[in-house]
Design a protein around this ligand. Structure first.
Ligand code: G16
Length: 543
Protein backbone atom coordinates (compact mmCIF):
# COMPACT_ATOMS: atom_id res chain seq x y z
CA UNK A 1 0.00 0.00 0.00
CA UNK A 2 1.49 3.33 -1.06
CA UNK A 3 0.98 6.26 1.30
CA UNK A 4 1.42 9.83 0.11
CA UNK A 5 2.07 12.80 2.33
CA UNK A 6 0.38 15.75 0.70
CA UNK A 7 1.45 19.28 1.56
CA UNK A 8 -1.49 21.51 2.40
CA UNK A 9 -2.41 24.83 3.95
CA UNK A 10 -4.95 25.53 6.67
CA UNK A 11 -8.48 26.65 5.85
CA UNK A 12 -9.55 29.26 8.35
CA UNK A 13 -13.20 28.28 8.60
CA UNK A 14 -13.02 24.73 9.94
CA UNK A 15 -14.45 25.40 13.39
CA UNK A 16 -17.07 22.75 14.24
CA UNK A 17 -20.48 24.23 15.11
CA UNK A 18 -23.38 22.86 17.16
CA UNK A 19 -23.02 19.52 15.42
CA UNK A 20 -19.77 19.05 13.51
CA UNK A 21 -18.44 20.95 10.53
CA UNK A 22 -21.22 22.01 8.15
CA UNK A 23 -20.57 23.88 4.94
CA UNK A 24 -21.82 24.14 1.41
CA UNK A 25 -21.10 20.90 -0.44
CA UNK A 26 -18.84 22.72 -2.89
CA UNK A 27 -16.70 23.91 0.02
CA UNK A 28 -16.11 20.30 1.03
CA UNK A 29 -15.35 19.42 -2.59
CA UNK A 30 -12.47 21.91 -2.87
CA UNK A 31 -9.07 20.26 -3.05
CA UNK A 32 -7.78 19.35 0.42
CA UNK A 33 -10.79 20.71 2.35
CA UNK A 34 -12.22 17.41 3.57
CA UNK A 35 -8.74 15.87 3.77
CA UNK A 36 -7.47 18.66 6.04
CA UNK A 37 -10.39 18.32 8.42
CA UNK A 38 -10.16 14.53 8.65
CA UNK A 39 -6.38 14.62 9.17
CA UNK A 40 -6.88 17.30 11.84
CA UNK A 41 -9.25 14.94 13.66
CA UNK A 42 -6.56 12.25 13.67
CA UNK A 43 -3.98 14.80 14.82
CA UNK A 44 -6.25 15.98 17.64
CA UNK A 45 -7.05 12.47 18.87
CA UNK A 46 -3.58 10.96 19.10
CA UNK A 47 -3.45 9.53 15.57
CA UNK A 48 -5.13 6.50 14.05
CA UNK A 49 -2.57 3.74 14.64
CA UNK A 50 -4.20 0.42 15.47
CA UNK A 51 -7.63 2.01 15.94
CA UNK A 52 -11.10 1.07 14.73
CA UNK A 53 -13.61 3.58 13.39
CA UNK A 54 -17.20 3.49 12.18
CA UNK A 55 -17.85 5.40 8.96
CA UNK A 56 -21.22 6.19 7.41
CA UNK A 57 -23.52 8.94 6.36
CA UNK A 58 -27.02 9.91 5.35
CA UNK A 59 -26.48 9.25 1.65
CA UNK A 60 -26.52 12.86 0.54
CA UNK A 61 -24.59 14.15 -2.45
CA UNK A 62 -20.80 13.63 -1.97
CA UNK A 63 -21.38 10.99 0.75
CA UNK A 64 -19.92 8.18 -1.35
CA UNK A 65 -16.81 10.09 -2.47
CA UNK A 66 -16.13 11.44 1.02
CA UNK A 67 -16.30 7.96 2.55
CA UNK A 68 -13.70 6.63 0.12
CA UNK A 69 -11.37 9.49 1.02
CA UNK A 70 -11.85 8.95 4.75
CA UNK A 71 -11.07 5.23 4.37
CA UNK A 72 -7.85 6.11 2.54
CA UNK A 73 -6.82 8.72 5.13
CA UNK A 74 -7.62 6.26 7.94
CA UNK A 75 -5.46 3.63 6.23
CA UNK A 76 -2.59 6.09 5.85
CA UNK A 77 -2.86 7.01 9.53
CA UNK A 78 -2.45 3.38 10.51
CA UNK A 79 -6.04 2.46 11.39
CA UNK A 80 -6.57 -1.28 11.86
CA UNK A 81 -10.24 -1.55 10.95
CA UNK A 82 -13.14 0.49 9.66
CA UNK A 83 -16.78 -0.55 9.90
CA UNK A 84 -18.75 1.02 7.08
CA UNK A 85 -22.47 0.91 6.34
CA UNK A 86 -23.38 -0.82 3.07
CA UNK A 87 -23.47 1.77 0.29
CA UNK A 88 -22.00 4.19 2.82
CA UNK A 89 -25.37 4.47 4.57
CA UNK A 90 -25.74 4.74 8.35
CA UNK A 91 -28.26 6.80 10.25
CA UNK A 92 -26.65 8.89 12.98
CA UNK A 93 -28.17 6.82 15.84
CA UNK A 94 -27.23 3.56 14.08
CA UNK A 95 -23.64 4.82 13.76
CA UNK A 96 -23.63 5.71 17.45
CA UNK A 97 -24.84 2.20 18.27
CA UNK A 98 -22.15 0.55 16.10
CA UNK A 99 -19.43 2.64 17.77
CA UNK A 100 -20.61 1.46 21.19
CA UNK A 101 -21.41 -2.15 20.32
CA UNK A 102 -18.06 -2.76 18.67
CA UNK A 103 -16.17 -0.78 21.32
CA UNK A 104 -14.48 1.24 18.59
CA UNK A 105 -12.36 4.35 18.96
CA UNK A 106 -14.98 6.59 17.41
CA UNK A 107 -16.67 7.30 14.14
CA UNK A 108 -17.02 9.67 11.23
CA UNK A 109 -20.63 10.60 10.47
CA UNK A 110 -21.21 12.36 7.19
CA UNK A 111 -24.29 14.50 7.29
CA UNK A 112 -25.59 18.02 7.41
CA UNK A 113 -28.58 16.56 9.21
CA UNK A 114 -31.83 18.35 8.30
CA UNK A 115 -30.15 20.76 5.86
CA UNK A 116 -30.91 20.09 2.18
CA UNK A 117 -28.47 18.00 0.12
CA UNK A 118 -27.01 18.44 -3.36
CA UNK A 119 -24.01 20.02 -5.03
CA UNK A 120 -25.39 23.48 -4.25
CA UNK A 121 -26.70 22.56 -0.83
CA UNK A 122 -25.05 21.37 2.36
CA UNK A 123 -22.62 18.72 3.55
CA UNK A 124 -21.11 17.97 6.93
CA UNK A 125 -18.68 15.82 8.86
CA UNK A 126 -18.96 14.98 12.51
CA UNK A 127 -16.60 12.99 14.68
CA UNK A 128 -18.12 10.91 17.46
CA UNK A 129 -16.03 9.67 20.35
CA UNK A 130 -15.73 6.13 21.68
CA UNK A 131 -18.84 6.56 23.85
CA UNK A 132 -20.80 6.95 20.58
CA UNK A 133 -21.58 10.61 21.21
CA UNK A 134 -20.65 13.79 19.36
CA UNK A 135 -17.19 15.08 20.27
CA UNK A 136 -17.51 17.23 23.39
CA UNK A 137 -16.43 20.89 23.30
CA UNK A 138 -12.91 20.22 24.59
CA UNK A 139 -12.30 17.84 21.69
CA UNK A 140 -13.91 20.03 19.03
CA UNK A 141 -11.66 22.90 20.07
CA UNK A 142 -8.59 20.65 19.82
CA UNK A 143 -9.79 19.63 16.35
CA UNK A 144 -10.22 23.27 15.35
CA UNK A 145 -6.75 24.09 16.70
CA UNK A 146 -5.32 21.25 14.63
CA UNK A 147 -6.96 22.62 11.47
CA UNK A 148 -5.19 25.94 12.02
CA UNK A 149 -1.67 24.52 11.98
CA UNK A 150 -2.01 21.65 9.52
CA UNK A 151 0.81 21.41 6.98
CA UNK A 152 0.18 18.02 5.41
CA UNK A 153 -2.13 15.04 5.39
CA UNK A 154 -1.48 11.37 4.71
CA UNK A 155 -3.54 9.41 2.22
CA UNK A 156 -3.19 5.85 0.98
CA UNK A 157 -3.36 5.14 -2.73
CA UNK A 158 -5.65 2.27 -3.65
CA UNK A 159 -8.74 1.65 -5.72
CA UNK A 160 -12.07 2.64 -4.21
CA UNK A 161 -13.50 -0.04 -1.95
CA UNK A 162 -16.71 -1.74 -3.13
CA UNK A 163 -19.22 -0.88 -0.41
CA UNK A 164 -22.18 -2.38 -2.26
CA UNK A 165 -22.04 -5.76 -0.48
CA UNK A 166 -21.88 -6.88 3.12
CA UNK A 167 -18.47 -8.47 3.75
CA UNK A 168 -14.86 -7.88 4.57
CA UNK A 169 -12.05 -6.52 2.40
CA UNK A 170 -8.44 -5.63 3.08
CA UNK A 171 -6.13 -2.83 1.93
CA UNK A 172 -2.63 -3.04 3.33
CA UNK A 173 -3.05 -3.51 7.08
CA UNK A 174 -6.56 -2.03 7.07
CA UNK A 175 -9.60 -4.29 7.37
CA UNK A 176 -12.74 -2.82 5.85
CA UNK A 177 -15.93 -4.38 7.14
CA UNK A 178 -19.07 -3.48 5.24
CA UNK A 179 -22.16 -4.03 7.38
CA UNK A 180 -25.92 -4.08 6.96
CA UNK A 181 -26.87 -0.61 8.26
CA UNK A 182 -30.21 -1.79 9.73
CA UNK A 183 -29.52 -5.18 11.36
CA UNK A 184 -27.82 -4.18 14.62
CA UNK A 185 -30.06 -1.17 15.07
CA UNK A 186 -33.20 -3.32 14.68
CA UNK A 187 -31.82 -5.80 17.23
CA UNK A 188 -31.29 -2.94 19.69
CA UNK A 189 -34.85 -1.65 19.21
CA UNK A 190 -36.18 -5.18 19.82
CA UNK A 191 -34.48 -5.17 23.21
CA UNK A 192 -35.96 -1.82 24.22
CA UNK A 193 -39.59 -2.09 23.20
CA UNK A 194 -42.52 -4.47 23.44
CA UNK A 195 -42.55 -5.45 19.76
CA UNK A 196 -45.30 -8.02 20.36
CA UNK A 197 -47.62 -5.34 21.71
CA UNK A 198 -46.85 -3.00 18.79
CA UNK A 199 -47.34 -5.87 16.34
CA UNK A 200 -50.73 -6.57 17.90
CA UNK A 201 -51.60 -2.88 17.66
CA UNK A 202 -51.03 -2.89 13.90
CA UNK A 203 -52.77 -6.25 13.55
CA UNK A 204 -55.79 -4.66 15.24
CA UNK A 205 -56.10 -2.07 12.48
CA UNK A 206 -54.00 0.81 13.88
CA UNK A 207 -52.90 3.03 11.00
CA UNK A 208 -49.80 5.13 10.57
CA UNK A 209 -47.95 7.24 8.02
CA UNK A 210 -44.18 7.53 8.42
CA UNK A 211 -42.54 10.10 6.15
CA UNK A 212 -38.85 9.27 5.66
CA UNK A 213 -38.48 12.46 3.61
CA UNK A 214 -36.34 10.66 0.96
CA UNK A 215 -33.65 10.43 3.61
CA UNK A 216 -31.75 7.84 5.59
CA UNK A 217 -34.57 6.38 7.72
CA UNK A 218 -36.32 4.88 4.69
CA UNK A 219 -34.57 1.48 4.88
CA UNK A 220 -34.82 1.42 8.69
CA UNK A 221 -38.53 2.27 8.72
CA UNK A 222 -39.35 -0.23 5.97
CA UNK A 223 -37.53 -3.01 7.83
CA UNK A 224 -38.83 -2.20 11.30
CA UNK A 225 -42.36 -0.85 10.80
CA UNK A 226 -43.52 -2.76 7.74
CA UNK A 227 -41.15 -5.73 8.01
CA UNK A 228 -40.84 -6.62 11.67
CA UNK A 229 -43.91 -4.95 13.17
CA UNK A 230 -46.39 -5.84 10.44
CA UNK A 231 -47.58 -2.35 9.53
CA UNK A 232 -49.26 -2.45 6.11
CA UNK A 233 -47.12 -1.77 3.03
CA UNK A 234 -47.39 1.91 2.20
CA UNK A 235 -47.12 2.93 5.85
CA UNK A 236 -43.67 4.34 5.02
CA UNK A 237 -43.67 7.07 2.39
CA UNK A 238 -40.69 8.69 0.62
CA UNK A 239 -38.71 5.70 1.86
CA UNK A 240 -35.88 5.52 -0.67
CA UNK A 241 -32.87 7.70 0.27
CA UNK A 242 -31.89 10.12 -2.49
CA UNK A 243 -28.74 12.20 -2.77
CA UNK A 244 -30.81 15.39 -2.90
CA UNK A 245 -33.64 14.18 -0.63
CA UNK A 246 -36.02 14.52 -3.56
CA UNK A 247 -35.06 18.22 -3.67
CA UNK A 248 -36.74 18.58 -0.32
CA UNK A 249 -35.68 19.96 3.01
CA UNK A 250 -35.46 16.88 5.23
CA UNK A 251 -36.45 18.60 8.45
CA UNK A 252 -39.42 17.00 10.21
CA UNK A 253 -41.41 20.02 11.28
CA UNK A 254 -44.77 21.49 10.26
CA UNK A 255 -43.13 23.63 7.57
CA UNK A 256 -40.99 21.08 5.77
CA UNK A 257 -43.20 18.07 6.44
CA UNK A 258 -46.36 20.01 5.63
CA UNK A 259 -47.98 17.35 3.44
CA UNK A 260 -47.88 14.93 6.39
CA UNK A 261 -49.25 17.52 8.80
CA UNK A 262 -52.01 18.38 6.31
CA UNK A 263 -52.88 14.68 6.06
CA UNK A 264 -53.00 14.39 9.85
CA UNK A 265 -55.38 17.36 10.09
CA UNK A 266 -57.70 15.92 7.41
CA UNK A 267 -60.63 13.50 7.61
CA UNK A 268 -58.48 10.70 6.16
CA UNK A 269 -55.79 10.96 8.81
CA UNK A 270 -54.31 7.71 10.09
CA UNK A 271 -53.92 7.21 13.86
CA UNK A 272 -50.31 8.34 13.93
CA UNK A 273 -48.13 10.49 11.69
CA UNK A 274 -44.36 10.63 12.11
CA UNK A 275 -41.32 11.82 10.20
CA UNK A 276 -37.59 11.84 10.55
CA UNK A 277 -34.81 13.99 9.14
CA UNK A 278 -31.83 13.65 6.78
CA UNK A 279 -29.70 11.52 9.10
CA UNK A 280 -32.45 9.95 11.19
CA UNK A 281 -31.86 11.59 14.54
CA UNK A 282 -34.79 14.02 14.58
CA UNK A 283 -38.47 13.16 14.74
CA UNK A 284 -41.89 14.69 14.44
CA UNK A 285 -45.00 13.18 16.01
CA UNK A 286 -48.53 14.10 14.93
CA UNK A 287 -51.72 12.49 16.11
CA UNK A 288 -55.01 12.68 14.28
CA UNK A 289 -55.73 16.42 14.49
CA UNK A 290 -53.00 16.90 17.09
CA UNK A 291 -49.47 18.16 16.43
CA UNK A 292 -47.14 17.30 19.32
CA UNK A 293 -44.41 19.86 19.92
CA UNK A 294 -40.97 18.31 20.50
CA UNK A 295 -40.94 19.74 24.04
CA UNK A 296 -44.30 18.11 24.80
CA UNK A 297 -43.20 14.88 23.16
CA UNK A 298 -40.20 14.71 25.51
CA UNK A 299 -42.46 15.27 28.52
CA UNK A 300 -45.07 12.71 27.43
CA UNK A 301 -42.43 10.10 26.59
CA UNK A 302 -40.75 10.61 29.96
CA UNK A 303 -44.05 10.38 31.85
CA UNK A 304 -45.02 7.14 30.06
CA UNK A 305 -41.64 5.49 29.42
CA UNK A 306 -42.27 2.90 32.13
CA UNK A 307 -44.69 1.23 29.68
CA UNK A 308 -41.71 0.09 27.57
CA UNK A 309 -39.60 -2.84 28.84
CA UNK A 310 -36.30 -0.93 28.74
CA UNK A 311 -37.62 1.78 31.04
CA UNK A 312 -39.98 -0.23 33.26
CA UNK A 313 -37.59 0.18 36.18
CA UNK A 314 -37.93 3.96 35.97
CA UNK A 315 -35.75 6.80 34.76
CA UNK A 316 -32.73 8.18 36.58
CA UNK A 317 -33.25 11.73 35.31
CA UNK A 318 -34.37 13.85 32.36
CA UNK A 319 -32.25 16.41 30.50
CA UNK A 320 -33.39 19.08 28.09
CA UNK A 321 -31.60 21.82 26.21
CA UNK A 322 -32.14 25.28 27.65
CA UNK A 323 -34.45 26.58 24.88
CA UNK A 324 -36.68 23.49 25.23
CA UNK A 325 -39.84 24.18 27.25
CA UNK A 326 -40.02 23.38 30.94
CA UNK A 327 -42.66 20.64 30.40
CA UNK A 328 -40.22 17.80 31.10
CA UNK A 329 -38.98 19.47 34.30
CA UNK A 330 -42.43 19.08 35.83
CA UNK A 331 -42.48 15.39 34.90
CA UNK A 332 -39.07 14.93 36.54
CA UNK A 333 -40.31 16.77 39.58
CA UNK A 334 -43.33 14.49 39.93
CA UNK A 335 -41.22 11.38 39.38
CA UNK A 336 -38.79 12.63 42.00
CA UNK A 337 -35.81 12.40 39.63
CA UNK A 338 -33.19 14.90 38.44
CA UNK A 339 -33.96 17.53 35.78
CA UNK A 340 -31.02 19.00 33.87
CA UNK A 341 -30.88 22.06 31.62
CA UNK A 342 -27.99 22.01 29.15
CA UNK A 343 -26.86 24.22 26.26
CA UNK A 344 -28.15 23.43 22.77
CA UNK A 345 -26.26 20.52 21.21
CA UNK A 346 -26.61 16.80 21.84
CA UNK A 347 -22.94 16.67 22.86
CA UNK A 348 -23.88 18.24 26.20
CA UNK A 349 -26.00 15.22 27.16
CA UNK A 350 -23.08 12.78 26.77
CA UNK A 351 -21.54 13.19 30.21
CA UNK A 352 -24.93 13.04 31.96
CA UNK A 353 -25.80 9.82 30.11
CA UNK A 354 -22.38 8.26 30.68
CA UNK A 355 -22.60 9.07 34.39
CA UNK A 356 -26.08 7.54 34.62
CA UNK A 357 -27.59 10.81 35.80
CA UNK A 358 -30.25 10.84 33.08
CA UNK A 359 -32.07 8.22 31.00
CA UNK A 360 -34.02 10.42 28.59
CA UNK A 361 -33.00 13.65 26.86
CA UNK A 362 -34.68 15.97 24.43
CA UNK A 363 -34.57 19.21 22.55
CA UNK A 364 -37.06 21.61 21.04
CA UNK A 365 -35.31 21.07 17.70
CA UNK A 366 -37.13 17.76 17.26
CA UNK A 367 -34.62 15.55 19.02
CA UNK A 368 -35.38 12.93 21.64
CA UNK A 369 -33.30 10.01 22.75
CA UNK A 370 -32.17 7.89 25.64
CA UNK A 371 -29.20 6.11 27.14
CA UNK A 372 -29.42 3.34 24.50
CA UNK A 373 -27.11 5.39 22.23
CA UNK A 374 -25.38 8.77 22.55
CA UNK A 375 -27.32 10.57 19.81
CA UNK A 376 -30.89 11.61 19.48
CA UNK A 377 -32.86 8.95 17.70
CA UNK A 378 -35.84 9.61 15.44
CA UNK A 379 -37.15 6.06 15.05
CA UNK A 380 -36.58 5.33 18.73
CA UNK A 381 -38.99 8.17 19.58
CA UNK A 382 -41.54 6.84 17.10
CA UNK A 383 -41.25 3.33 18.54
CA UNK A 384 -41.61 4.57 22.11
CA UNK A 385 -44.77 6.44 21.09
CA UNK A 386 -46.05 3.25 19.41
CA UNK A 387 -45.22 1.24 22.53
CA UNK A 388 -47.13 3.73 24.69
CA UNK A 389 -50.10 3.77 22.30
CA UNK A 390 -50.12 -0.03 22.29
CA UNK A 391 -50.29 -0.10 26.10
CA UNK A 392 -52.77 2.73 26.63
CA UNK A 393 -56.21 2.59 25.13
CA UNK A 394 -56.02 6.24 24.02
CA UNK A 395 -55.26 8.31 20.95
CA UNK A 396 -52.31 10.70 20.66
CA UNK A 397 -54.68 13.65 21.15
CA UNK A 398 -56.19 12.13 24.29
CA UNK A 399 -52.78 11.34 25.77
CA UNK A 400 -51.65 14.90 25.11
CA UNK A 401 -54.74 16.49 26.64
CA UNK A 402 -54.56 14.25 29.66
CA UNK A 403 -50.92 15.19 30.07
CA UNK A 404 -51.77 18.91 30.04
CA UNK A 405 -54.56 18.36 32.58
CA UNK A 406 -52.06 16.68 34.85
CA UNK A 407 -49.04 18.94 34.37
CA UNK A 408 -50.23 22.13 32.66
CA UNK A 409 -49.42 23.14 29.11
CA UNK A 410 -46.44 25.04 27.72
CA UNK A 411 -47.52 26.88 24.61
CA UNK A 412 -44.34 26.88 22.58
CA UNK A 413 -42.99 28.02 19.24
CA UNK A 414 -39.59 28.82 17.73
CA UNK A 415 -39.36 31.69 15.25
CA UNK A 416 -36.33 31.58 12.93
CA UNK A 417 -35.00 34.60 11.10
CA UNK A 418 -32.74 33.10 8.47
CA UNK A 419 -29.91 34.40 6.26
CA UNK A 420 -29.50 37.51 8.40
CA UNK A 421 -26.36 39.57 7.78
CA UNK A 422 -23.99 38.29 10.49
CA UNK A 423 -23.08 41.84 11.64
CA UNK A 424 -26.73 42.71 12.16
CA UNK A 425 -27.42 39.53 14.10
CA UNK A 426 -24.36 40.07 16.31
CA UNK A 427 -25.33 43.70 16.92
CA UNK A 428 -28.76 42.60 18.14
CA UNK A 429 -27.32 39.98 20.46
CA UNK A 430 -24.54 42.26 21.75
CA UNK A 431 -26.92 45.12 22.49
CA UNK A 432 -29.37 42.82 24.23
CA UNK A 433 -26.55 41.28 26.26
CA UNK A 434 -25.37 44.68 27.40
CA UNK A 435 -28.88 45.60 28.54
CA UNK A 436 -29.55 42.43 30.55
CA UNK A 437 -28.78 43.84 33.99
CA UNK A 438 -31.26 46.71 33.47
CA UNK A 439 -34.16 44.60 32.24
CA UNK A 440 -35.73 43.16 35.42
CA UNK A 441 -38.74 45.27 36.46
CA UNK A 442 -39.09 46.95 33.05
CA UNK A 443 -42.15 46.47 30.88
CA UNK A 444 -42.17 45.57 27.19
CA UNK A 445 -45.39 45.46 25.19
CA UNK A 446 -47.27 45.21 28.47
CA UNK A 447 -45.20 42.39 30.00
CA UNK A 448 -42.89 42.93 32.96
CA UNK A 449 -39.46 41.26 32.97
CA UNK A 450 -38.90 39.11 36.06
CA UNK A 451 -35.32 38.02 35.31
CA UNK A 452 -32.87 38.03 32.41
CA UNK A 453 -29.49 36.39 31.85
CA UNK A 454 -26.99 34.88 29.45
CA UNK A 455 -27.19 31.11 29.93
CA UNK A 456 -24.02 29.54 31.19
CA UNK A 457 -23.62 25.82 31.94
CA UNK A 458 -21.32 24.06 34.34
CA UNK A 459 -21.19 20.37 33.47
CA UNK A 460 -21.94 18.55 36.75
CA UNK A 461 -19.74 15.61 35.72
CA UNK A 462 -16.47 17.16 34.56
CA UNK A 463 -16.92 20.73 35.79
CA UNK A 464 -16.34 22.28 32.34
CA UNK A 465 -18.06 25.60 31.78
CA UNK A 466 -19.80 26.70 28.57
CA UNK A 467 -20.71 30.38 28.52
CA UNK A 468 -22.82 32.57 26.22
CA UNK A 469 -25.26 29.81 25.35
CA UNK A 470 -28.28 32.03 24.72
CA UNK A 471 -30.17 34.90 26.32
CA UNK A 472 -33.11 34.09 28.57
CA UNK A 473 -35.78 36.64 29.43
CA UNK A 474 -38.36 35.51 31.98
CA UNK A 475 -41.59 37.51 32.18
CA UNK A 476 -44.04 37.75 35.02
CA UNK A 477 -46.99 35.44 34.38
CA UNK A 478 -44.98 32.38 33.32
CA UNK A 479 -43.68 33.48 29.91
CA UNK A 480 -40.14 33.16 28.59
CA UNK A 481 -38.31 34.33 25.48
CA UNK A 482 -34.91 32.97 24.49
CA UNK A 483 -32.58 34.40 21.86
CA UNK A 484 -29.65 32.60 20.30
CA UNK A 485 -27.79 32.33 17.03
CA UNK A 486 -27.92 28.96 15.32
CA UNK A 487 -24.70 26.97 15.09
CA UNK A 488 -25.80 24.74 12.21
CA UNK A 489 -26.58 27.15 9.37
CA UNK A 490 -24.34 27.54 6.34
CA UNK A 491 -25.55 30.88 5.01
CA UNK A 492 -25.41 34.15 6.96
CA UNK A 493 -26.72 34.02 10.51
CA UNK A 494 -29.96 32.52 11.77
CA UNK A 495 -31.51 34.21 14.77
CA UNK A 496 -33.69 31.84 16.75
CA UNK A 497 -36.34 33.36 19.01
CA UNK A 498 -37.92 30.74 21.27
CA UNK A 499 -41.28 31.65 22.80
CA UNK A 500 -42.98 29.90 25.68
CA UNK A 501 -46.02 30.57 27.84
CA UNK A 502 -47.02 28.26 30.65
CA UNK A 503 -50.71 27.60 31.25
CA UNK A 504 -51.46 25.78 34.54
CA UNK A 505 -53.19 22.40 34.77
CA UNK A 506 -56.60 24.01 35.34
CA UNK A 507 -56.06 26.67 32.63
CA UNK A 508 -57.20 26.98 29.00
CA UNK A 509 -55.38 24.39 26.88
CA UNK A 510 -57.37 24.88 23.71
CA UNK A 511 -55.94 28.13 22.40
CA UNK A 512 -54.20 28.55 19.08
CA UNK A 513 -50.45 28.39 19.82
CA UNK A 514 -49.41 31.57 17.99
CA UNK A 515 -52.34 33.45 19.57
CA UNK A 516 -51.38 32.22 23.02
CA UNK A 517 -47.81 33.41 22.41
CA UNK A 518 -48.68 36.79 20.92
CA UNK A 519 -47.95 38.82 24.05
CA UNK A 520 -44.58 37.09 24.56
CA UNK A 521 -43.72 37.54 20.90
CA UNK A 522 -44.49 41.27 21.01
CA UNK A 523 -42.49 41.70 24.20
CA UNK A 524 -39.60 39.69 22.73
CA UNK A 525 -39.50 41.86 19.63
CA UNK A 526 -39.57 45.04 21.68
CA UNK A 527 -36.94 43.99 24.19
CA UNK A 528 -34.31 43.44 21.46
CA UNK A 529 -35.51 46.10 19.00
CA UNK A 530 -35.83 43.31 16.49
CA UNK A 531 -37.29 45.35 13.65
CA UNK A 532 -34.68 48.10 13.99
CA UNK A 533 -31.88 45.54 13.84
CA UNK A 534 -33.17 43.14 11.20
CA UNK A 535 -35.44 45.39 9.17
CA UNK A 536 -38.26 42.86 9.37
CA UNK A 537 -40.70 41.37 11.84
CA UNK A 538 -41.86 38.10 10.27
CA UNK A 539 -39.77 34.95 10.73
CA UNK A 540 -38.94 32.58 7.86
CA UNK A 541 -39.91 29.53 9.86
CA UNK A 542 -42.21 29.00 12.83
CA UNK A 543 -42.00 25.58 14.37
C1 G16 B 1 -28.11 19.84 15.90
C2 G16 B 1 -27.76 19.51 17.31
C3 G16 B 1 -28.91 19.79 18.22
C4 G16 B 1 -29.39 21.21 18.04
C5 G16 B 1 -29.70 21.47 16.59
C6 G16 B 1 -29.99 22.93 16.33
O1 G16 B 1 -29.09 18.95 15.46
O2 G16 B 1 -27.38 18.16 17.46
O3 G16 B 1 -28.50 19.57 19.52
O4 G16 B 1 -30.53 21.44 18.82
O5 G16 B 1 -28.59 21.14 15.80
O6 G16 B 1 -28.85 23.67 16.62
P1 G16 B 1 -28.77 25.20 16.26
O7 G16 B 1 -29.92 25.84 16.98
O8 G16 B 1 -27.44 25.65 16.77
O9 G16 B 1 -28.93 25.34 14.78
P2 G16 B 1 -28.91 18.21 14.07
O10 G16 B 1 -30.14 17.37 13.94
O11 G16 B 1 -28.81 19.31 13.07
O12 G16 B 1 -27.63 17.45 14.20
Amino acid sequence: MTVSTVATQPFEDQEPGTSGLRKKTRAFMQPNYLENFVQAIFNATGGGAGKTFVIGGDGRYFNAEAIQKIIKIAAANGAARVIVGKDGILSTPAASHLIRKNKTDGGFILSASHNPGGIDEDFGVKFNASNGGPAPEGLTSRMFDATKVIESYAIAEFEDVDLGHVGTAGRGDLVIETVDPVKDYLALMEQLFDFDAIHALFAGGFTMCFDAMHAVTGPYAHAILEGRLGAPKGTVINGVPRVDFGRGHPDPNPIWAKPLVDLMMSDSAPDLGAASDGDGDRNMIVGRGAYVTPSDSLAVLAANAHLAPAYSGGLTGIARSMPTSGASDRVADRLGIGAYETPTGWKFFGNLLDAGKVTICGEESAGTGSSHVREKDGLWAVLLWLNILAKRDSSVAEILKEHWRAYGRDYYSRHDFEAVEPDRASALVDELTRSLADLPGREFAGLRVRAADQFSYRDPVDGSVSSNQGIRIFFEGGGRAVFRLSGTGTQGATLRVYLEQFEPADGDHEQDTQEALKAIRNAAHEVCSLEAHLGRTEPDVRT
